[in-house]
Ligand binder design. Structure first.
Ligand code: 2P0
Length: 317
């Protein structure tokens, strides 16, 4: 029985996706821009089976979400045999890193290759979106830009070529607990914030400004824009009219304070945060080890991983 295996790395958005104009198709309200990371990835193998089945890290898992996704693929690509999907996640489970990004990117690549299709990365990106919005960006190495588009055909990511930027991301793990509010639910609530229109307006110019900062290899500007964007996203959660909430914990605030102190000491250090309490610190590669040591000294219990730009999707025969 033939098996097909693909690996995709996770990505961190520097300009975030936080709101859908179509929840069925995962069409976002704004474009987003990300960096794929070397340290965290998913490897997925598919083979024909009697029923669609999902195994994650050696354990049977609830296949409901994957079922929906495979249905969307079947509607688009034509019917295909049920699949046994075995996925190995090298992403701290639910640690605020979007394992769904690497997981759906790897699954899209493995499934289409298994069907004998050799599709352009932008088509894979468009298909992966149906599984998880952030998966659109995990097909690509380095920086990726997900154009919001206006419909199913026009909403997908592209690689964003940049000069060779000495960027590192420190991933500070505050909690490995499963998040209480899923990204989809968080976005729905955030869109009820009176500040949501302003968020969309700002994201539109921040996307352009971020591309200019990357082309200029201006890490300070990259960091400022990313931190402003991330904190505005979390402010939407706090100001939602309908069931306001936060992903922050007291330790999140402690790390944010430390990031500010590092900046006062003339280091490049800017924070970005996703749908969880963990903080990712954007810095210059030359400063990453020093910042890791400072974090260890001030907050010795927290695990800190230094990540760098990672590769795009790859296959094993
Ligand atoms: C992002 N996040 O741009 C944003 C920032 C988290 C915070 O994309 O509902 O798992 O599956 O499309 O992609 C995480 O949300 O959401 C995410 P769905 P997804 O990375």
């Amino acid at each position: 029985m033939t098996k097909t295996t693909a690996t995709a790395h996770t990505n961190i958005a520097l300009i975030k996706y936080w709101g859908k104009k179509d929840a069925q198709l995962n069409l976002p309200t704004t474009s987003s821009l990300s960096l794929t990371l070397d340290e965290f990835y998913t490897t997925t193998t598919v083979e024909n089976s009697n029923i669609d089945q999902l195994i994650i890290n050696g354990q049977m898992a609830d296949p409901t979400r994957v079922h929906h996704f495979l249905d969307a693929l079947r509607a688009e690509l034509g019917d295909f045999s049920p699949l046994l999907i075995s996925s190995q996640n090298y992403v701290p489970t639910a640690a605020g890193l979007a394992s769904s990004a690497s997981a759906f990117a790897a699954l899209t690549a493995a499934t289409t290759r298994h069907l004998g299709l050799d599709l352009p990365l932008t088509t894979l990106s468009r298909l992966a979106r149906r599984g998880s919005g952030s998966a659109t960006r995990s097909l690509f190495g380095g920086f990726a830009l997900w154009q919001a588009g206006t419909n199913d055909q026009t909403s997908y990511a592209n690689a964003l070529p940049t000069p060779n930027i000495p960027i590192s991301l420190l991933v500070v793990e505050i909690s490995g607990l499963q998040k209480k509010i899923s990204s989809s639910e968080g976005m729905l609530r955030a869109m009820t914030s009176p500040n949501y229109e302003q968020w969309v307006h700002d994201a539109n110019w921040q996307i352009t400004a971020m591309q200019a900062a990357l082309q200029a290899s201006d890490l300070t500007r990259v960091g400022q824009l990313a931190e402003d964007n991330a904190l505005a996203m979390h402010a939407l959660n706090l100001s939602a009219k309908d069931r306001r909430f936060t992903y922050f914990t007291p330790q999140t605030i402690q790390v944010l304070d430390l990031v500010k102190k590092l900046r006062q000491a003339c280091l490049i250090a800017y924070a970005t945060l996703d749908a969880g309490p963990n903080v990712k610190i954007i810095t210059h590669s030359d400063q990453a080890a020093y910042i890791q040591a400072q974090l260890h000294q001030e907050l010795p219990k927290l695990r800190v991983t230094i990540a760098h730009p990672g590769p795009g999707v790859s296959y094993e025969q």
